[in-house]
Design a protein around this ligand. Structure first.
Ligand code: ADP
Length: 395
């Protein structure tokens, strides 16, 4: 069965066509800078024949154009399907819908629930609603499935998802901790299960443009650093992470308008906001090495927040068996990994400095043979998680 996975970013589109249940990738594509009249980057690979192409300076002004570009290639000369009619389902890495937290057929009711939370996840729900609408027009025969990023976290017990707000806010508005990065953390849980037979007590750290930690016990999410919106938890590339809720009304009281305040919280915060250098950790690390005090502070804060959540989760789990790093930062910043592991040495974690600093591919252990906690790098593969969930629903 052919299943297409679609990952819609705020300025990017990624596609992977799977042959399921073999989990074989047939072709894949990535479009960067969607919205551009002349500067988008398009990469396409047929993983069966090895054919690959990359075009710079493309015109992809809308998501519709981007989707058409890929579908034409998927069914073209170097394609992996004769026609779109062969695709049984499209799985979307959807983020948030009011009242729908699992894996769902994208009916009008579910789309309406996504619209209801457009304000909470504007950078995600808006592009997804547009892309899903286009797929519905272009591939009327395929089932459209939303694998919500909240899905993996529906197993967290209520005493950890509830906020101490008036109870009717929960009942009327659905205010509670949702948790995101479900496709990534569930992939970590499945990978650990396959490699070691069980997840035991695990803290999974997805560190990328967005960052979150997840406590996993026996394969299930039991806590997350993400709260109601994607604004929360540890600081992100350009979003603040946890913040006293009274900061916002105070800023408004001081005369700042809502738009400016929201822009600061969601676009000018995080690593970028503190360092003033970049939202990309590579540049912040470079500046810190050259002695830039604010960049050093940004990294110190970032490491501290990860350690704090990991420590809290280890307490909830009653100990720790695995500490996993994934995502662009988790997979590539040996320095962040080293600092986090050193701070958690009180749990019995001992890093293998060479394994951590050296290059490596695939799943790899970075703790020493004496370590009481296994530390690992697991390269993120969110698309496979989406393909698996979609297949389970439609098979
Ligand atoms: P997203 O969450 O947007 O999918 P990724 O998981 O791809 O992002 O992570 C992107 C981030 O990974 C970049 O912004 C950068 O900060 C970080 N990153 C990538 N490579 C390195 C590296 N070699 N060293 C430090 N950070 C890196």
């Amino acid at each position: 069965m052919k299943i297409l996975v679609s990952n819609v970013g705020s300025t990017s589109l990624k596609f992977k066509l799977y042959d399921m249940p073999l989990e074989r990738v047939l072709c894949e594509a990535k479009i960067e800078r969607v919205g551009s009249e002349d500067d988008a980057i398009y990469t396409y690979k047929n993983r069966v024949t090895g054919h690959s192409e990359r075009s710079l300076g493309c015109r992809v002004p809308t998501y519709t154009e981007g989707i058409k570009l890929f579908l034409d290639d998927m069914c073209g000369e170097h394609g992996a399907a004769e026609s779109t009619g062969e695709i049984a389902a499209v799985g979307f890495k959807t983020v948030l819908a009011k009242g729908f937290y699992g894996v769902h057929e994208l009916t009008e009711e579910v789309l309406e629930a996504m619209r209801a939370y457009l304000f909470v996840a504007p950078a995600h729900n808006g592009p997804y609603l547009e892309a899903i609408g286009r797929f519905r027009e272009l591939m009327p025969g395929a089932r459209l499935i939303g694998v919500f990023e909240t899905a993996f976290h529906t197993t967290i017990p209520p005493e950890r998802t509830m906020y101490a707000v008036p109870y009717e806010w929960y009942e009327k508005y659905g205010i509670k901790r949702m948790g995101y990065h479900g496709a990534s953390h569930s992939y970590v849980a499945e990978t650990l299960g396959e490699a070691y037979g069980s997840t035991g007590r695990t803290v999974s750290c997805h560190l990328g443009g967005s960052c979150s930690l997840c406590a996993i016990e026996d394969g299930r999410s039991v806590d997350t650093s993400f709260g109601f919106s994607l604004q929360t938890g540890v600081m992100h590339a350009n979003r603040t992470g946890d913040l006293d809720p009274y900061v916002l009304p105070f800023l408004l009281h001081e005369g700042m308008d809502m738009e400016e305040a929201l822009e600061g919280l969601s676009k000018r915060g995080g690593l970028l906001g503190v360092s003033g250098v970049s939202n990309d950790l590579r540049f912040v690390e470079e500046a810190a090495e050259k002695g830039d005090a604010r960049s050093k502070l940004a990294i110190d804060m970032f490491v501290n927040q990860i350690v704090k959540y990991a420590g809290a989760f280890a307490a909830e789990l009653g100990g720790l068996d695995n500490l996993v790093f994934t995502g662009g930062i988790g997979e590539n910043s040996a320095s962040v990994r080293r600092r986090v592991c050193e701070a958690l040495s009180f749990l019995g974690l001992e890093l293998d400095g060479e394994a951590n600093a050296g290059p490596g591919e695939g799943v790899r252990e970075i703790s020493s043979v004496r370590s009481g906690v296994r530390a690992l790098v697991i390269p993120a593969n969110e698309e496979l998680g989406i393909a698996r969930r979609t297949y389970e629903l439609v098979k």
